[in-house]
Design a protein around this ligand. Structure first.
Ligand code: AMP
Length: 222
């Protein structure tokens, strides 16, 4: 199964991707996480990407596309994967389709996480991330058991540089500019499912579970 999670920053894609990855037993591939790892490691790609990421701009397609296609080829992804943060614009969506078709595979579903602006700003300003394993928390909605310490691995939590207010607004504007063509692209292919992600993570996950369950039973009746 190949799933795409699409939506504005703060829509809860990362949280749902982790839940779905456990549920479907396929890897969660996040371009943002991979890029942040490159920045942390000080790789050439990380050095090139950092300036764009800090401003909330998209990293150029040429840098992101090879990176994600290389990740999709690894053995753990041969039964499928969940893409979070890719594609982000029409040319990435077209490049992805071509890459997947060349491997005689296909995208099953694009889940569009629709969220209101107020909720996005609240979620991003309260988001804290584990420095080591990348797990997301929220100071109010999903706090760690111990203050600023990851429940899973005990490492320190931090606030992403691009979750600070000035950058959040730019990230949202970048998203709004690029999103419509991507949504239209998947709508035309009959692959788009819209989810209201203003609700709590457990509620949103249940909705996705139902969508996947309905698809499975429709498939088995064919
Ligand atoms: P995210 O964690 O998905 O919010 O991504 C953080 C940042 O990484 C974005 O603001 C972009 O600078 C960069 N990024 C992530 N995915 C992409 C992508 N598909 N294309 C270009 N830049 C990306």
């Amino acid at each position: 199964m190949i799933l795409i999670l699409f939506g504005p920053p703060g829509a809860g894609k990362g949280t749902q991707a982790k839940l779905l990855s456990d549920y479907l037993k396929i890897p969660h591939i996040s371009t943002g996480d991979i890029l942040r790892q490159h920045v942390k490691d000080g790789s050439l790609l990380g050095k090139k990407a950092k300036a764009y990421m800090d401003k909330g701009e998209l990293v150029p397609d040429a840098l992101v596309t090879d990176m994600i296609f290389e990740r999709m080829q690894r053995p753990d992804a041969n039964k499928g994967f969940i893409l979070d943060g890719y594609p982000r614009n029409l040319s990435q969506a077209e490049a992805l389709d071509k890459n997947i078709k060349d491997k005689n595979s296909r995208i099953d579903l694009a889940l569009y996480f629709q969220t209101s602006k107020d909720i996005i700003v609240k979620r991003l300003s309260g988001r804290r991330v584990c420095r080591k394993c990348g797990r997301n928390y929220h100071l109010v909605n999903m706090p760690p058991k111990k203050d600023m310490i990851c429940d899973d691995c005990g490492a320190e939590l931090y606030q992403r540089e691009d979750d600070k207010e000035e950058t959040v607004i730019n990230r949202l504007n970048v998203y709004l500019k690029q999103s419509t063509p991507v949504l239209d692209y998947y709508k035309k292919q009959n692959k788009l499912q819209t989810i209201n992600s203003d609700f709590a993570a457990e509620v949103v996950f249940k909705v996705i579970e139902d969508i996947l369950g309905a698809r499975k039973s429709a498939g088995s009746k064919k």
